[in-house]
Design a protein around this ligand. Structure first.
Ligand SMILES: NC(=O)c1ccc[n+]([C@@H]2O[C@H](COP(=O)([O-])OP(=O)(O)OC[C@H]3O[C@@H](n4cnc5c(N)ncnc54)[C@H](O)[C@@H]3O)[C@@H](O)[C@H]2O)c1
Ligand SMILES: O=C(O)C(=O)C[C@@H](O)[C@H](O)[C@H](O)COP(=O)(O)O
Ligand SMILES: [Zn+2]
Length: 380
């Protein structure tokens, strides 16, 4: 079973990856990765994840520790401050104290919300990540970014707060809808493009096996993606520089999510579109060879049938203005320059960004026409 160490300035912890991690071990009363001094556990999850995996987690936790469960309904629209306030009130009502351990059982939405609650409740308590989506296993459960959205944009309120451990059980992916699996894989495509050419080659050659749920192929992709994330976060926990590369595809991707009110596209799908825009920008600047750009496009398109949406270039460009990577009026942008390599630039002009977004929107429209849809499914 791979154990990947994450060593940041503020914390050191392990990501336990494998199958059967949520199965109760014979004679054992605790979960791998569970800190010894947890007097009480409160699990935050969604009703559907609880239905599939709640009982497994309870049994793996054993009888020795009191366990309570708090619910957050599924969906990005619940990743907001009102949910955080409600959860904090519920923790207080349950008498949670500084020795209480929160467990995030679910996808990135549950992980981001629970991590933020853990960061602020009583000025900070411990939390454990048990990611049950591919996206959460390859990306969001590692690295300590926690937070919620504002109407003005994605993840605009949050905190860096590292988990005590991550338990990524590949078995949980068996109940995940295929659309979610494909969308989550876009974050692995991102990891491959930014820093791991061998992972890119592997995904190109083995994508069908990965999508079919082949466990060896899936484990290879998940492990490599986690290693990319762990290495970047170890070098730059609070995003002073290098960590920005994990945002490849996100500047435009986040704008798409905001323009479609977080409802129509999954995060990974929006990032797929955002990566296509960034690839266009890299190519039109002459820093990304056409052959590499074409391989990247092909892998992104094979990974997910990216859903169409309606938004104008002007609206998307305006929405990138509220991105956190904009400082003193300058927007940092992650440009691909080859398979496994990106550069951070801060001189992208509005005209260049508009051209890249317009090129991407032309593709959105082409997909709409090809699928016989007169109007894209959402007007944002
Ligand atoms: N903190 C970070 O570093 C980071 C990184 C990437 C993404 N994110 C955030 O993660 C979120 C997206 O996460 P996501 O893609 O996991 O989506 P999600 O959390 O919304 O989960 C997707 C859906 O799958 C369901 N689900 C979860 N596990 C399941 C399982 N095993 N079986 C059946 N259904 C299951 C959920 O209930 C939900 O309906 C976004 O908010 C994004 O901003 C954060
Ligand atoms: O961990 C990071 O750093 C990332 O950028 C990972 C992204 O996949 C993730 O979507 C993250 O939440 C985006 O961060 P943000 O700071 O742009 O909100
Ligand atoms: Zn992301």
């Amino acid at each position: 079973m791979p154990e990947i160490r994450v060593e940041t300035d503020s914390a050191h912890y392990s990501v336990h990856l494998g199958s059967g991690l949520l199965q109760p071990q014979a004679g054992a009363s605790s979960l791998v990765g569970l800190p010894a001094k947890a007097s009480r556990v409160i699990v935050v999850t969604s009703p559907e994840v609880e239905r599939f995996w709640g009982e497994s987690l309870r049994r793996a936790l054993g009888n020795g520790i009191p366990v309570n469960l708090l619910h957050v309904p599924a969906g990005e629209q619940h990743k907001r401050l009102s949910t955080v306030e409600r959860l904090c009130e519920e923790l207080a009502a349950l008498g949670a104290d500084r020795d209480t351990l929160l467990i995030a059982l679910g996808g990135g939405v549950i992980g981001d919300i629970t991590g933020f609650v853990a960061a602020i409740y009583m000025r900070g308590i411990r939390f454990l990540q048990v990611p049950t989506t591919l996206l959460a296993q390859v990306d969001s459960s590692v690295g300590g970014k926690t937070g919620v959205n504002l109407a003005a944009g994605k993840n605009l309120v949050g905190s860096f707060h590292q988990p005590v451990a991550v338990i990524a059980d590949l078995d949980t992916l068996r109940t995940l809808p295929v659309r979610e699996l494909r969308a989550g894989l876009q974050e692995s495509v991102k990891s491959a493009i930014i820093r791991d050419a061998a992972l890119f080659d592997f995904m190109e050659a083995n994508l069908d096996a990965v999508l079919a749920g082949d466990s060896a192929a899936l484990e290879r992709v998940v492990e490599s993606s986690i290693r990319v994330k762990a290495a970047v976060v170890a070098a730059d926990e609070r995003e002073g520089g290098l960590r920005m590369i994990l945002n490849f595809g996100h500047t435009v991707g986040h704008a798409i999510e905001a323009a479609t009110e977080y409802k129509h596209l999954l995060h990974g799908e929006a990032i797929g579109w955002g990566m296509l825009a960034a690839i266009h920008l890299g190519e039109s600047r002459g820093v990304l060879p056409a052959a590499d750009a074409n391989r990247m496009r092909e892998l992104i398109r094979r990974t997910t049938d990216l859903p169409n949406f309606a938004a104008t270039t002007e609206r998307l460009v305006a929405l990138t203005g509220s991105d956190k990577k904009k400082r003193s009026g300058t927007l940092s942008f992650i440009l691909p320059i080859g398979i496994g390599q990106v550069e951070i630039v801060n001189d992208v002009t509005e005209a260049e960004l508009s051209a890249a977004v317009a090129a991407m929107l032309a593709e959105v429209q082409a997909i709409s026409r090809a699928s016989g849809v007169e109007e894209p499914a959402h007007a944002g």
